[in-house]
Design a binder for this molecule. Structure first.
Ligand code: ADP
Ligand code: MG
Length: 867
């Protein structure tokens, strides 16, 4: 490190420079006593990001400095990594002796993906990915819990899995930056932050090297036993993630015990647009997660998120979950009993992760203890006869009673946040510790006895006390100045007397200090031993954590099913999608009882007389989009293993749910609405199978009417004619022309509208048959468009309709659309509306008003293309 001009090299600066040179891309946090200090440019950055004072180390102010207290380090770390910095922590590794320079060493590098905060949510999500032709291998490592998943997929699938994981940090092979840059647009969750992309050496991702390294680490002969082929590039990618963790955490990665195949065959695919479109996980407002989440433990909440983004396509597993929910939903007392015990469980999964990462503290071990202590209670409840299938949840979780006993017997009830201040180990656990504690407890008695005996010996009314700086002392009032015994040594003069010590007092003091030190040391030894025993059982504890999480999620789903009157869907190998009285779980939860249920009835099977591709027409705001999302959500919930908001449901196993809905987020991603639509539609058409469910909402809306309609038309034809075995699709559209398509198994549905004197009312009810009118003008009225404009529109509409003749029928159709859509959306028309809105009839002469009407009429006719 080159020092700025005018700064003199000192031994400490030299040491600082050496470490800074080794970690040039990190902010270096340099431990000095109770503070972690940053210097030079690092200090300037930290003071800005953390909003802390920028001071200087020297008088000339040539060495900028900023510091954070070490006990509050965690929250500062969080802010630094969130701002995109890597932080190297250079800690003191020898005790300061006041003479020589303290030895320091970088003990940890904190990055966005490896940061697991102490008191805040966040598990540290680290992903690694490598592209190879049309394929991509990815590994997803949740640092806080040690869960490692990996697999090789088509690029699209890999990106959508990455998206649902939403990593904080993504490792990629050097040279693939541009490729990922192109794709990682799609990795930014709507409310989230883009992952930090970290290029690593290509060789780091090699499968043969990686699988060998992992096998050695885990002491296995092959990864195949875990479901991943040793030559699968995914194993190289997984190894690169673990190695990165190892490198940054200096060995703290023992909690990564195994690799799990990601999305094996039993998973239903949800592409990333579908995940955001359906509001599955928390964003700003309500989501499927918020509706389904009644979990009692953080482990449960984590798993529920995982289940929601990874629906199953295996009937057995789905049926198991449904069975469990059925048992619990019908037994409120069982729900209650489980809730009580689950509420005692703490985040054992993450606590173990933090302890393995060496960032844990006694409280984390306490979380492990509390959770283990709840296990017997949970096991007992699930093994009772009333629990039925629940009993198998703890199968395969090893017996942990020995560790539980150890932790319960050894750790205090209220644990401190750090080691060294005492209070970690329980009385009665260790004799040496008890002795040391006794010594302290008796110190007070000893002092009093000493005081008494000194008073008797000297005949002086002296007092023995303690001071933080000088330790124990004997205090004599001024009047005894000439009677000070010979063996007293003066220590300090205070306002009303003088303080002394003598050999005996020093001996007592030494004993007390020794005892205090002994307690600290002894506790540390004991704690380390207990911790080691817990970590030895890490894999078993993680298995227990997962069982608790499963139980918690199933209980949560059962509570929701019970409270919201969800039912168990009948599921099988058919391709039927038939739901009576389906409700939108999220809208229902915010709208309450006023939600209107609707039916869905599709079956692509040739033998069935049902249709399978439904065209849904109806005015804006009539409920088309809600109906489509309801269908998608009900299907999804069934595949998660949840009950569904309906009266009855028969759902054949699906392989994928596709959605193309709405037109949001395009601008943020720098693509036009139409481009996004087409990219997503292309993706659907390439992957759809006869087992898929396709939801298309107003496809073609982003382009001109003819273009949009032709594309929508062609897509419907494609789904109907070119997908082998046909597929299930719901297609909401404002192109009424599509209702005239004559294709097999095509259904026309529309939204019921009640017409009356005063206008129209939406019933939100799906009925069969196409909508007869688009009601654009009525909707405009409802939306608050000034009545003069609405009336004029009505006039125009009837002109269009009456002008229709055989040859310009198409033109008429076109213009109808024109009126309905453009009146809302086209900015060119704003001028007319603005002028109208700005006018104040109360202040106008009849002549001026007439003038305005003429002018606006002229304008609107011009805009609408009248002669
Ligand atoms: P469209 O897509 O036809 O324009 P939306 O699906 O966006 O209509 O629905 C418009 C409004 O009607 C939304 O605010 C929605 O909450 C409400 N809505 C839709 N369907 C129902 C229903 N089945 N029951 C109650 N309210 C509904
Ligand atoms: Mg809509």
């Amino acid at each position: 490190m080159k020092l700025p001009d005018g700064v003199k090299m000192t031994p400490m600066l030299k040491q600082y420079g050496e470490w800074k040179d080794k970690y040039p891309d990190c902010l270096l946090l340099f431990r000095m006593g109770d503070f972690f200090e940053l210097f030079f440019d690092d200090a300037v950055i930290a003071s800005e990001v953390l909003d802390i004072a920028l001071t200087a180390r020297d008088q000339d102010k040539a060495i900028p400095m900023a510091g954070v207290p070490h006990h509050a380090l965690d929250s500062y770390l969080g802010r630094l990594v969130a701002a995109g910095y890597k932080v190297a922590m250079c800690d003191q590794v020898t005790e300061p002796d006041g003479k020589t320079l303290v030895e320091r060493r970088v003990v940890r590098v904190v990055t966005r993906g490896t940061y697991v905060p102490q008191d805040a949510p966040g598990d540290g999500k680290l992903a690694a990915a490598a592209l190879s032709g049309e394929q991509a291998s990815i590994a997803l490592l949740t640092v806080g819990t040690g869960l490692l998943e990996a697999g090789t997929f088509s690029k699209d699938e890999a990106m959508s899995l990455l998206f649902s994981f939403s990593p904080d940090e993504l490792l990629i092979p050097r040279g693939q930056e541009a490729d990922f840059d192109r794709n990682s647009r799609d990795l930014t969750p709507l409310q989230g932050v883009r992952p930090a992309i970290v290029p690593r050496e290509r060789s780091d991702f090699s499968a043969s090297f990686g699988s060998g390294w992992l096998c050695k680490r885990w002491g296995v002969a092959s990864l195949r036993a875990m479901g991943i082929d040793d030559l699968d590039p995914a194993s190289g990618v997984a190894a690169s993630a673990v190695r990165y963790l190892e490198e940054t955490q200096f060995g703290g990665s023992d909690h990564v015990h195994e690799i799990r195949p990601l999305m094996s065959d039993g998973m239903l695919i949800l592409d990333n647009t579908t995940q955001t479109n359906l509001e599955l996980l928390e964003g700003d407002g309500a989501s499927l997660f918020t509706v389904l989440n009644r979990c009692k433990t953080p482990m449960g909440r984590r798993l529920l998120r995982d289940w929601i983004s990874h629906p199953l396509s295996s009937l057995d597993v789905i049926a198991f979950r449904h069975d469990c929910i059925g048992v619990m939903a019908g037994n409120p007392s069982l729900l209650k009993k489980l809730a009580a015990v689950l509420a005692e469980c703490r985040d054992m999964e993450r606590a173990l992760g933090r302890l393995s990462l060496k960032v844990g503290n006694p409280r984390d071990l306490g979380a492990v203890r509390d959770t283990l202590a709840s296990l017997p209670g949970l096991r007992e409840i699930v093994s009772s006869a009333e629990s039925g299938p629940l009993s198998s949840i703890f199968d395969g979780v090893p017996d942990l009673s020995e560790l539980t006993e150890l932790l319960c017997g050894a750790l205090s009830d209220d644990l401190p946040r750090s080691l060294g201040a005492g209070g970690v180990v329980r009385d009665g656990y260790d004799d040496a510790l008890d002795d040391a504690r006794d010594a302290i407890a008796h110190a007070e008695d000893n002092i009093r006895a000493f005081e008494q005996s000194e008073r008797e010996r000297t005949g002086i009314k002296l007092r023995v006390g303690i001071n933080k700086v000088f330790g124990y002392y004997i205090e004599l009032g001024r009047s005894y100045a000439d009677k000070v015994p010979d063996d007293y040594v003066r220590r300090q003069t205070v306002s009303n007397g003088e303080r002394f010590v003598n050999e005996r007092l020093k001996e007592i003091e030494r004993r007390v200090y020794r005892a205090e030190r002994d307690i600290g040391e002894r506790e540390e030894i004991l704690y380390k031993d207990i911790l080691a025993r817990a970590l030895e059982n890490g894999a078993s504890c993680q298995a227990a954590s997962r069982a608790v999480a499963v139980l918690d999620v199933l209980r949560s789903l059962a509570c929701v099913a019970r409270d919201n009157s969800y039912i168990r869907p009948e599921m099988d190998e058919s391709r039927i999608f038939s739901v009576k009285g389906a409700r939108h779980p999220i809208v229902e939860s915010t709208h309450g009882v006023s939600f209107t249920p609707n039916d869905i009835d599709l079956d692509p099977d040739e033998c069935s007389d049902k249709g399978c591709i439904a065209i849904i027409t109806g005015p804006n705001m009539a409920g088309k989009s809600t109906y489509l999302r309801t269908a998608a959500l009900v299907a999804l919930m069934a595949h998660i293993g949840s009950f569904v908001p309906a009266e009855s449901a028969h759902i054949g196993l699906m392989d994928r749910i596709f959605t193309r809905v709405g037109a949001r987020d395009e601008l943020a991603r720098g693509r036009s609405t139409f481009m996004v639509e087409m990219v997503e539609t292309a993706d659907i058409l390439r992957h759809v199978t006869s087992r898929s469910l396709v939801i298309l909402d107003e496809l073609g809306r982003g382009t001109s009417t003819y273009d949009g309609m032709s594309i929508a038309w062609a897509v419907v034809e494609f789904l109907n004619l070119h997908v082998e075995g046909r597929t299930k699709a719901l297609f909401a559209t404002h192109y009424h022309e599509l209702t005239n398509l004559s294709l097999p198994k095509l259904l026309n549905l529309s939204m019921a509208v009640e017409e009356s004197e005063s206008g129209i009312r939406f019933l939100h009810k799906v009925v069969s048959g196409p909508a007869n009118r688009s009601y654009g003008v009525e909707v405009a009225r409802l939306a608050g468009i000034p009545s003069i404009v609405v009336r004029r529109s009505e006039e125009l509409l009837s002109e269009f309709e009456s002008a229709s003749s055989a040859e310009d029928r198409e033109m008429e159709v076109m213009s109808k659309k024109y009126v309905q859509r453009e009146i809302f959306f086209d900015v060119d028309r704003e001028g007319v509306l603005e002028e109208l809105a700005a006018s104040d009839p109360n202040q106008m002469t009849p002549m001026a008003a007439l003038d305005l009407v003429f002018r606006l009429r002229e304008k609107s006719r011009r805009i609408l293309g009248f002669k």
